[in-house]
Design a protein around this ligand. Structure first.
Ligand SMILES: Cc1ncc(C[n+]2csc(CCO)c2C)c(N)n1
Length: 224
């Protein structure tokens, strides 16, 4: 069994909770409160800045030129395509570029980004991939499922979001990460596979927490 098949199976209970979360359902059926979406967009923008750094670390840790190039391409896709979606949304939502960039990270954003950066800096390419994979993969799954709801891709606010994440281009990013980790773990020990599984499940849980944080607009306690 490939590692990705095992990870997919193990993560299903968590991913299903994300999919049925009211934030995700609200994007699909268009009922999500726009204030919650604004909160999400600002926090996600910060998240993507750190996520892009992970791709830079991937390039650094890659074993060959082709892998370096693909990480560099994903870095570009994140900074210039995915974050362009956020910049365009911010404009429509009345959030200035300065305001977007001055967003303070909420506890969950900080915990999630810090965890991934820590894993990626200390570990090899395998640990890095296990940490980043739920992001691209679970978003692609969510995008595809939500795009099946009639009207979801045409919704005045959430249509562009659904259209972007269900796109084959984002599917390819997820598939490339999956194939590379499967290839790198062909002869891994059970002990190593269990460690990678734990990382993958941890960032899957963080994905769920990110939806929930956005729904609750959960900032720091005791902040001014
Ligand atoms: C919390 C959070 N998790 C995942 C994504 C989605 N995502 C992050 S990087 C990437 C690959 C190419 O840029 C994708 C699809 C997000 N935006 N925010």
């Amino acid at each position: 069994m490939k590692l990705s098949e095992r990870l997919y199976e193990k993560a299903q209970p968590i991913w299903e909770q994300s999919h049925s979360h009211p934030f995700v359902q609200g994007i699909g059926n268009g009922t999500l409160d726009i204030e919650k979406f604004k909160f999400f967009m600002c926090q996600d923008y910060l998240y993507l800045i750190d996520y892009a750094r992970l791709f830079a670390l991937g390039s650094l840790k890659a074993h060959n030129l082709e892998t370096m190039q693909t990480f560099a391409k994903m870095l570009h896709v994140t900074l210039d395509e995915e974050m362009s979606l956020h910049r365009a949304y911010a404009k429509r939502l009345g959030i200035s570029k300065e305001e977007l960039e001055a967003t303070k990270p909420a506890p969950t954003t900080l915990a999630y980004s810090s965890y991934m950066l820590n894993i990626a800096q200390r570990g090899s390419l395998k640990e890095l991939l296990a940490a980043v994979m739920p992001c691209a993969w679970s978003y692609y799954e969510i995008g595809k499922k939500l795009s099946e709801t009639p009207g979801a891709m045409e919704h005045v606010w959430y249509g562009e979001w659904v259209t972007m994440y269900q796109s084959p281009e984002f599917g390819e990013v997820a598939e490339w990460q999956i194939d590379l980790l499967d290839q790198l773990t062909e002869s891994s020990s059970e002990e190593e596979l269990l460690e990678l599984e734990e990382i993958f499940l941890t960032t899957s849980r963080f994905e769920y927490m990110f939806w929930d944080m956005s729904y609750q607009q959960a900032m720091w306690p005791l902040h001014d």
